[in-house]
Design a protein around this ligand. Structure first.
Ligand code: NAP
Ligand code: MG
Length: 405
């Protein structure tokens, strides 16, 4: 069989620990034998980030803007322990944060739904994609612990010196204050990213805030979404047979629990932080969650939602066997390859991505899986495979599928 040709390179961002080990296995077993893989490689492993003073992360983000599609391995976000472990020059920022800031993107997370791994919520038969606004609000706040009686005010001073003042509270005793902000431009990007992704995946968008209580702040989010929808998306949505639906956040939560899935749930920053963990664990496993960063300019970066699986890596280093789930990382690759195929008009590449996904799901449905899934599956007597043998089993299924035609 001839290998599938590519025309534009994918931006490949390698990463850390156990996921770096899986990364190589996936390439060697599932991609390189079948595709003439074209990538522009960036090593975002912590050692090389440290060596280049994190320049490699910025370069990889620039390359993503240039080529349009990237695939990223999980990476370590350094903390105090990592400073010593890797002898770091600085506590480098989270690569995901850097890339997100450069691309001004929104992160969409969706569970990989497979027979045998059943969601806790029994009526969820289709995936729920969670879109989290990744700028501002409580994540960029200023806080004061109020020592005692006094007046707290909100003051805005315009460039021309004009002041706007609002009393927050006349304190009679100690308490706390918090100030936060958001930007029209960021909310607009978020809205467009959600609407574009909805058209891309043919799913409706649900958006919710607490605008009845937050009559200016949250209301601004609601208005911006509605204005952009009416002006730019209404006709396209109707043509695609999908809808935009706004409600209050508490109503949204209640409806989500009763829904069957198959929509995009757009959330403000905090709601998205909290709800994405709820949705992903209710769907079964963090290791079965995909994540894609979509910029308003239409640039895509695919990854797994989980981290570097440090605990498994240390076992691997000691020569012990690991059973680490590679599904979300495989789906990061298939997502990126499919998008590249779509943009470059290479149907074989898109078809390959479909077949690799099917082969992966088939492997699990036939009862062969990694330990994390074996613990929660409804399939009786599952076969627990180690990291490598799980990927090899997928390869067998993939080869069968590729030979079918
Ligand atoms: P993690 O790597 O997601 O792992 C947490 C635990 O979840 C693991 O110990 C494992 O449980 C289970 N798990 C996660 N993914 C799995 C998989 N593919 N297969 C099997 N089990 C899986 O999170 P963490 O340990 O908090 O973080 C480790 C490093 O990852 C940190 O340095 C963090 O900065 C980084 N991180 C990176 C990203 C990213 O690049 N997007 C995201 C999150 C975290 P058991 O140990 O019980 O088997
Ligand atoms: Mg969180």
């Amino acid at each position: 069989m001839d290998k599938i040709k590519m025309t534009t390179p994918l931006v490949e961002m390698d990463g850390d620990e156990m996921t770096r080990i899986l990364w190589k296995m996936i390439k060697d077993e599932l991609l390189l034998p079948f595709i003439d893989l074209k990538t522009e490689y960036y090593d975002l492993g912590l050692e090389y980030r440290n060596e280049t003073n994190d320049q490699v992360t910025f370069d990889s983000a620039e390359a993503t803007k240039k080529y349009g599609v990237a695939v990223k391995c999980a990476t370590i976000t350094p903390n105090a322990a990592r400073m010593t472990e890797y002898n770091l020059k600085e506590m480098w920022k989270s690569p995901n944060g850097t890339i997100r800031a450069a691309l001004d993107g929104t992160v969409f997370r969706a569970p990989i739904v497979v027979k045998g791994i059943e969601p806790c919520v029994k009526n969820w038969v289709k995936p729920i994609t969670l879109a989290r606004h990744a700028y501002g609000d409580v994540y960029k706040n200023s806080e004061i612990r109020v020592p005692g009686a006094g007046r707290a005010e909100l003051v805005f001073t315009g460039e021309d010196g004009t002041e706007v003042r609002e009393t927050i509270h006349e304190f009679k005793g100690p308490g706390v204050i918090q100030g936060m902000h958001n930007l029209d431009s960021s909310i607009e990007s978020f809205a467009r990213a959600c609407f574009n992704y909805a058209l891309d995946t043919k799913q409706s968008v649900w958006f919710a805030t607490k605008d009845t209580i937050s009559k200016k702040y949250d209301h601004r989010f609601k208005d911006i979404f509605q204005e952009i929808y009416d002006a730019e998306y209404d006709e396209k949505f109707k043509a695609a047979g999908i809808e935009y639906f706004y409600t209050l956040i508490d109503d949204a939560v209640a409806r989500v629990m009763k829904a069957e899935g198959g929509f995009i749930w757009a959330c403000k920053n905090y709601d998205g932080d909290v709800m994405s963990d709820m949705v992903s664990s209710a769907f079964g496993s963090l290791a079965m969650m995909t994540s894609v960063l979509v910029s308003p300019s239409g640039v895509y970066e695919y990854e797994a939602a989980h981290g570097t699986v440090q605990r498994h890596y240390y076992k691997h280093l000691k020569g012990e066997e690991t059973s680490t789930n590679s599904v979300a990382t495989i789906f990061a690759w298939t997502g990126a390859l499919r998008k590249r195929g779509e943009l470059d008009n290479i149907p074989e590449l898109m078809e390959f991505a479909d077949k690799l996904e099917k082969a992966t799901l088939e492997t699990i449905e036939s009862g062969k899986m990694t330990k994390d899934l074996a613990l929660i599956t409804t399939i009786e007597n599952p076969t627990v495979l180690n990291s490598e043998n799980f990927i090899k089993e997928i390869r067998k299924n993939l080869e069968e599928r590729l030979n079918e035609k």
